[in-house]
Design a protein around this ligand. Structure first.
Ligand code: ZN
Length: 264
């Protein structure tokens, strides 16, 4: 029987869970004797660096360095760069060239799999609400780079890396706006006009130039995939639901799942 991750399923189905506590804990402040408005060099685990006008020891995955630059007069720009998670290409050039050098074209193969679509039902007895699931097998498709993957359909596609940079301009109201570059094979060809990148500067596209689409396989909860299920299910889409006897039971006021079942 397929085991379902209830919390994951609820989030996939668009139910808003109320989390306890805050996700944004502030880091520790560093001592700093630098006078004047300045931005410190921050570096993340992958080696990308950004100048950020903060004095935290760590900030959003980046670690503060003693190195800094004077940003007098550019404070608003640095605030904008921080808000949009942008870094300069020239500050990261060696790393970007190394990434581009290793990003080779590759082939992907289409495959079929059976997805067990969970349909939740709730039942209330007194203070106890039970959620149980009916599973409906569905045939779905996705892409893999493994040529020996099970249930290949025979279709293939070529995947290619492209890069996008940004320039910053001011609109008629004087507000900063981001202008993306065209998608290019080599980011150094646009860096003079578009000096910034975001964390998502690299995209994988197929021959039509559109971002490689995985239809469903990649975004869904992989635990709901069943690659080995016999093809006979493919013909029974929606016809042969499987009732999961294992249920999720919670007492009133004790869990997020209860909150969900109350509202349905
Ligand atoms: Zn400082």
């Amino acid at each position: 029987m397929v085991k379902v991750n209830v919390k994951k399923f609820l989030s996939l189905s668009g139910v808003v869970l109320v989390l306890v506590g805050s996700l944004t804990a502030c880091g520790k402040k560093a001592d700093c004797n630098v006078s004047g408005n300045h931005a410190h060099l921050y570096k993340n685990e992958k080696g990308y660096v950004r100048y950020i006008d903060k004095e935290y020891l760590t900030y959003e995955g980046y670690t503060r360095n003693e190195e800094y630059k004077n940003i007098q007069g550019d404070e608003e720009l640095y605030k904008f760069l921080d808000k949009k998670d942008l870094m300069r290409i020239d500050d990261n050039l060696d790393l970007l060239l190394a990434v581009q050098g290793t990003n080779k074209d590759y082939t992907e193969y289409r495959y079929k799999y059976t997805y067990m679509q969970p349909i939740p039902h709730t039942m209330r007895v007194g203070k106890v609400t039970t959620t149980y699931f009916t599973y409906i097998p569905q045939t779905r498709y996705s892409w893999t780079s493994d040529p020996n993957h099970s249930r290949l359909t025979g279709e293939t596609r070529l995947c290619h890396h492209v890069y996008v940079a940004y320039k910053i301009e001011k609109d008629e109201k004087g507000k900063y706006v981001l202008i993306p570059s065209p998608q290019v094979d080599d980011i150094t060809t646009v860096m003079e006009e578009y000096p910034y990148i975001s964390n998502e500067y690299c995209k994988i596209v197929t021959m039509d130039g559109l971002e490689a689409d995985y239809e469903d396989g990649k975004q869904e909860d992989m635990s709901l995939e069943d690659r080995n299920r016999a093809d006979e299910y493919d013909a029974t889409y929606g016809e042969e639901p499987i009732i999961e006897q294992q249920s999720y039971t919670e007492e009133k006021g004790k869990s997020l799942v209860k909150r969900y079942t109350d509202e349905t």
